[in-house]
Write a protein that binds this ligand. Sequence first.
Ligand SMILES: C[S@@+](CC[C@H](N)C(=O)[O-])C[C@H]1O[C@@H](n2cnc3c(N)ncnc32)[C@H](O)[C@@H]1O
Length: 394
Amino acid sequence: MNKFFVATPLDFEKRTLAEMKEVWPYLLGKDAKPHSLPFPEVAVLEGGLEFETELFIGLQLNFFLKTANRILLRMTSFKAKDLPKFYQKFKGLPWLDFLPHANVTWEVAAQKSRLNNEKRLQESAETALKEIFKGQKGTESCASIYIRMDDDLCTISLDSTGEHLHKRGWSVLKGEAPLRETIAAFLLEEMIGNTSSAELAGITLLDPMMGSGTFLGEARALWAGQFARDFAFKKWKRAPKLFASSSFALNYTLPARMPFKAYVGYDIDADMIPAAEKNFAEVERQLQVVQRAGFVPAPHKFIHGDALKLETSEDGPVWLVVNPPYGERLPVADQGGLKTLVKELCLRHKPQKLGVLYPEKERLSAVPAGYKLFKEIRVNNGGLRCLFTILTRL
Ligand SMILES: C[S@@+](CC[C@H](N)C(=O)[O-])C[C@H]1O[C@@H](n2cnc3c(N)ncnc32)[C@H](O)[C@@H]1O
């Protein structure tokens, strides 16, 4: 058994746990068939989830968790108040099983500890690795090692993810102020809540200010794996062999789900239309590769226009999700701001549900007639304190 830590943005922990529960039965055993391990006991901590499971299983969560930042393999944790003890413990870890050489990237943080000099901790760990690998030093970094000292407790972890998990490997073009994919997935999952798959399948998702289409692409791929990007663990010496094959993703038996009936996006900036088209096409292409015969192309329309002049007339209910420009850049900034924007969007597009992300200080002061407040969620959007307000039609 190995201990894993799934790092999440603050307050995303329970959502990530729900994703983990949903995907758990579909993870593969070493025979490339769904495994039968019970769901582990998970400690929900501030900023992540900690649990024990087989190495083979824990690593696969990288493919499926949409709201997590990264997945660390806990190598050990121990109390240490002096550098020789730290050095001994670090050197005793099975680095030869994982790393091909001693060229690694370091993430060191120390607080409230006797050993609080991060530079010295790193130097000591570097010396230990050099001795273990006897001078074998690759030309580029082969892994990231995390060292945390907190209250004299040292935790050493190996990053299994590599590039942050919000890098899905399918957003090829970005507009101005793009939303991080992990945040988009979190907000969509919050909006969906307990809505059944059958109900969702009849709903059109509209983003009237879509930019490069992050919400729409994330919604399309909510319950699918991401296999086209690289992951750090694939470079490990103990990387499970199954994942070395280019077609391993075909072994997953997750149903090919298309969460919404159709995906519609508008943007006033003409350049955003081809960008969103390209990103969405890449999501579809990647899904098709793994879903093969089960793949059904998603109906979608990306239209150049002003969301405050266009009218939406889709068959069946529409859900609207929007991340408008903030502050003075809001199209109706001098005509009532956010309150007017939301009222106009409700009038023109008649959503059954609406989710809007905006800075906390611009709080929505009134809910438009015919709607009620369903939920309000605090989100840190790139360092800015924001609210995601969800309204539903009465
Ligand atoms: C904050 S960005 C959205 C970013 C998007 N969520 C993404 O991840 O790429 C806001 C977008 O609203 C668009 N926009 C501003 N006013 C608009 C309007 N009246 N109608 C349609 N789009 C508008 C801008 O061109 C910009 O692309």
